[in-house]
Design a protein around this ligand. Structure first.
Ligand code: FES
Ligand code: FES
Length: 136
C-alpha cells in the first residue's frame, strides 16, 4: 500500500471503539456522501444535564472513515452537547496524528454525523445548541 497512515489511524481502524447502535438514542444522525455512496450513522445517549454519556457509530466507509468515527466518538463522550461542537474534523485528525490528504474528506462524515445527531437531540428537546447549523 502506497498510502501512509499514522499508528493511531491504524490502531483505530484495526480496533475501532464504539461500533454499534444505541436503542432509543437521545439523538441519531445519518449522513452520506452522494458521490461515493458512503454512509455514516451516529447515535448519542445524552443525560439530563446535556452531557454525552455514550456514543456509537456505524459506517459504510473506508478505513479512514472508521478510524475518524472511532476517534470522534471517543472524544465526544463526557462532553456537553455544546462542547461536542469543538470535536471538529480538524480536531479528530489532529488526535489521529493526521490523515493522508486524499482521505481528509472521509473525516468530514464523522463530524457531519455527530452534528446531525446533536441537531436531532436539540429538536426533540426544544433546546438550542449555539453555533450548530441545521444539517443539509
Ligand atoms: Fe469513502 Fe473514505 S469514507 S473513501
Ligand atoms: Fe466518499 Fe470518502 S470517498 S467519503
Amino acid at each position: 500500500m502506497a498510502m501512509n497512515y499514522s499508528d493511531k489511524v491504524m490502531e483505530h481502524f484495526t480496533n475501532p471503539q464504539n461500533v454499534g447502535e444505541i436503542e432509543n438514542a437521545s439523538g441519531c444522525g445519518t449522513v452520506g456522501n452522494a458521490v461515493c455512496g458512503d454512509i455514516m450513522r451516529v447515535y448519542l445517549d445524552i443525560d439530563e444535564n446535556n452531557v454525552i454519556r455514550d456514543a456509537k457509530f456505524k459506517t459504510f466507509g473506508c478505513g479512514a472513515a472508521i478510524a475518524t468515527s472511532s476517534m470522534a466518538t471517543v472524544l465526544v463522550k463526557g462532553k456537553t452537547v455544546q462542547e461536542a461542537l469543538e470535536v471538529t474534523n480538524k480536531a479528530v485528525m489532529e488526535a489521529l496524528d493526521g490523515l493522508p490528504p486524499v482521505k481528509v474528506h472521509c473525516s468530514l462524515l464523522a463530524e457531519e454525523a455527530i452534528h446531525a445527531a446533536l441537531w436531532d437531540y436539540a429538536e426533540k428537546n426544544g433546546i438550542v445548541i449555539e453555533g450548530l447549523e441545521k444539517p443539509v
